[in-house]
Design a protein. Structure first.
Length: 242
């Protein structure tokens, strides 16, 4: 998927609230889900580069029976849906507002959509991901290999168990793909976050928050539905002592 002589478009691209969250109305209308959201402006070149990189990558792949039998985790936790570009860009640019060079760690990075998007959206941003499903990891690596070298050098992808991945203590933002996580796994993630993350880190979970009392000292700073590959889902953002 090499870039070759391709030239991305110039200018800005606008994403109205109805593209950040799935609503049953036109782009000029408002509902409870999209009310209060702002139209997002992103460099057209950023969006075009992202779309080109993932043009042949499926949005959802179910785990094979071989993966289920090989991996010692509940099948439900192997779900492979991902956040859409407009939703992720809105979360990053309007909620997280990272500074240049900040590090993002995607725990359950799938085909790498959020990892690549972070590297494209955040100037000098470091983007890392860990994925337990080998086929998804290989796809992510193929995508990363086709990126411009200036972006590619800021992307790192790892195959394996997220609990054995380095970077928890270095990341400024940790993205927990927790849609299919059961309570014991959520508690284990909370414990590791408490032990290893730095004081300024922000943690994002999909579909469910951490159990009450499992993240003492951390505060919910943002909760809102965003558009995913399977429809809308809640995203929870927490930070320590905010």
């Amino acid at each position: 998927m090499a870039q070759g002589s391709w030239e991305p478009p110039s200018g800005l691209l606008r994403f109205p609230p109805s593209e950040q969250v799935l609503c049953g109305h036109g782009s000029n209308a408002r509902c409870l889900q999209c009310s209060g959201r702002e139209t997002l402006e992103v460099a057209a070149s950023t969006h075009a580069t992202f779309c080109r990189a993932f043009s042949s990558v499926a949005y959802f792949t179910r785990p094979t029976q071989g993966e289920v039998s090989k991996l010692a985790v509940p099948q439900r936790s192997l779900a492979a849906g991902e956040i859409l570009f407009a939703s992720f860009a809105a979360l990053v640019l309007q909620v997280l507002r990272p500074g240049p060079l900040e590090m993002f760690l995607d725990l359950g990075s799938g085909t790498g959509r959020a990892v690549v998007a972070w590297a494209l959206l955040v100037p000098g941003g470091i983007a890392a991901g860990v994925e337990i499903r080998e086929a998804l990891h290989e796809t992510a690596c193929e995508v990363a290999a086709g990126l411009d070298p200036t972006v590619q050098q800021r992307v790192s992808l790892h195959l394996g168990d997220m609990f054995h991945c380095d970077g928890w203590g270095d990341a400024d933002v940790l993205f927990v793909n927790s849609t299919g996580f059961e309570a014991p796994l959520m508690r284990a993630v909370a414990k590791k976050l408490q032990e290893e993350t730095k004081a300024t880190a922000r943690v994002i979970t999909l579909s469910q928050p951490f159990e009450e009392g499992s993240m003492p000292g951390w505060t919910l700073v943002h909760q809102s539905p965003y558009r995913m590959t399977w429809g809308n889902d809640q995203i929870f953002t927490i930070a320590e002592g905010r």
